[in-house]
Design a binder for this molecule. Structure first.
Ligand code: ZN
Ligand code: ZN
Ligand code: ZN
Ligand code: ZN
Ligand code: ZN
Ligand code: ZN
Ligand code: ZN
Length: 490
């Protein structure tokens, strides 16, 4: 086959890094010129670049002009738009011959899963004024459906969507459509937008602007918080909240975290830890030199952390509302960011401590498997703070259980046993107390003696105290309450 450019056997380091950058950058397609020409804009940049596939590929960006080799824009088109695996031989060539480009274009038709389902995602209960006669149904979003402008997976990206109301019913990010619309309006300003997918009429600019405004409200303060703040995570050692920077999680105790300072002080030496620097990222094992573990715990190879979930009674106590006719949740652009469908009257909507709202079915299914909001990774349940939160900032009914009833007791004395697993044996409802949780002991005008008797009813899980002797633990536990008890009598 006749080729103008050299055929490469493997991907170079430079191109590999351009590919990585391309995958980590949000790039929008503003316009297409035939099947292989694209006008691109990076999300945070107003500069626009024109990419043409051919032999060779070209781009108008400074990197391409300097290196005369694949820039991140060309890589992005090949990987995102044409879905080529990054190690595919067509993915790192200077250019492609006509027949190879044909293959690329045909490949697009094969892999593209155009869903012909007529299922309606937005309900008939929310007609849009002055447009409903022209409107088609919004297509249900399925796994792997992409935004045609940024080429990202809609259900994974979790950004609010709009859809082609006048023609094809396909879904597109509201924010992407806004950039696309602004660009189109520069070219012709008739007030009706064209669809980037079907090229027919999409809807009105007025409607889109309304959605842009409303959807801005579904972003919460926490989503913009720096990822190094582990929202909702309390250090079981020093009680700082949120833990910032490195966050350590015990591989055996649920809901047990330490800040870096407490971890270095060996606040919980009996178990090994995993660590992460940014919330929502995966947990990494702590390297051996930093861990400084006891010899016998070091032997155990630990690869995963216990996956915290939201306990059932906590889930039930999260605020839930039924959508009413005049609710703001029905405004265009407002939607559940898990399924990307609009809320409808009489549906149940759950809000999380971070103020995000979802369909109850959508969020309840997720938090049975994890303990954080899918959008900002704000931790939902922590035994150290849960009572306080319910009591103060939430008007929802309190979760049933011992802890709640004890809170109202005026004679509460609390003490903390850092890093020890305890189980309360006596009492009407025995509950397992996780390490470091507050052990509330209801005390009347009783003596130190009765308190220590009660303490003997707390037995300690042997699995938690292997490196310690039971005796030392009990001594620690007794010191603090004794101080508290003796003070008032003087
Ligand atoms: Zn470029
Ligand atoms: Zn998009
Ligand atoms: Zn369309
Ligand atoms: Zn700490
Ligand atoms: Zn532990
Ligand atoms: Zn939903
Ligand atoms: Zn959230």
């Amino acid at each position: 086959m006749f080729r103008k450019t050299v055929w490469r056997r493997c991907v170079s380091d430079v191109i590999h890094s351009h590919q990585t950058r391309a995958l980590n950058t949000t790039i929008l397609i503003l316009r297409e010129f035939g099947p292989v020409g694209f006008l691109l804009q990076e999300d945070e940049d107003s500069k626009q670049y024109k990419v043409c596939l051919g032999d060779p590929h070209t781009c108008t960006c400074p990197t391409f002009n300097k290196e005369k080799d694949l820039c991140q824009h060309i890589c992005w088109i090949l990987i995102r738009k044409f879905r080529l695996p990054r190690d595919h031989e067509y993915c790192f060539q200077y250019g492609l011959a006509e027949r190879q480009i044909q293959e690329l274009l045909q490949g697009l038709h094969v892999t593209k899963t155009t869903s012909h389902s007529d299922r309606c995602a937005s309900g008939p209960s929310c007609p849009e004024p002055d447009e409903d006669d022209r409107c088609v149904r919004q297509k249900a979003i399925e796994n792997q459906d992409l935004c045609p402008i940024c080429q990202e997976d809609l259900l994974l990206k979790k950004l609010p969507v709009t859809y082609c109301r006048f023609s094809c019913g396909n879904n597109i990010h509201i924010s992407c459509m806004k950039v696309w619309a602004d660009h189109q309006m520069k070219l012709n300003s008739c007030g009706v937008l064209k669809c980037p997918l079907c090229r027919e009429d999409f809807g009105t600019l007025k409607q889109l602007n309304l959605e842009v405004r409303n959807s801005a409200n579904v972003f919460t303060y926490y989503e913009r918080e720096c990822l190094e703040k582990h929202l909702g995570v309390v250090c079981n050692g020093c009680r700082v909240c949120p833990v910032v920077g490195k966050c350590f999680k015990c591989t055996e105790c649920s809901y047990f975290h330490l800040c870096e300072t407490c971890f270095r002080r060996h606040a919980h030496p009996q178990h090994s830890f995993m660590c992460r620097t940014k919330r929502g990222h995966s947990w990494q094992s702590v390297s051996e030199e930093t861990q400084m573990m006891d010899k016998h715990t070091m032997d155990r190879s630990v690869s995963a952390v216990t996956c915290d979930v939201v306990p059932n009674h906590v889930m039930k106590s999260l605020p839930k509302v039924r959508v009413r006719k005049e609710s703001k949740l029905l405004h265009p652009g407002v939607q559940c960011r898990i399924c990307l469908s609009r809320f409808q009257t009489a549906q149940n909507v759950r809000s999380l401590p971070c103020k995000h709202k979802f369909h109850t079915e959508c969020i309840d299914a997720l938090i049975q498997k994890s303990n954080c909001c899918p959008l900002d990774f704000h931790v939902i349940y922590n035994p150290l703070t849960w009572n306080i939160r319910v009591g103060r900032s939430q008007s929802s009914p309190a979760p049933p259980g011992v802890a709640q009833s004890k809170r109202t007791d005026p004679h509460i004395s609390e003490f903390i046993l850092p890093g020890i697993g305890l189980q309360v044996q006596r009492g009407h409802a025995s509950s397992v107390l996780r390490p470091g949780t507050r052990v509330s002991v209801c005390e009347g005008p009783s003596s130190v003696k009765s308190l220590s008797q009660r303490l003997q009813d707390l037995y300690i899980h042997s699995s938690h105290i292997e490196p310690f002797s039971r005796k030392t633990v009990m001594k620690h536990g007794l010191q603090r309450p004794r101080e508290e008890q003796t003070k008032p009598s003087h």
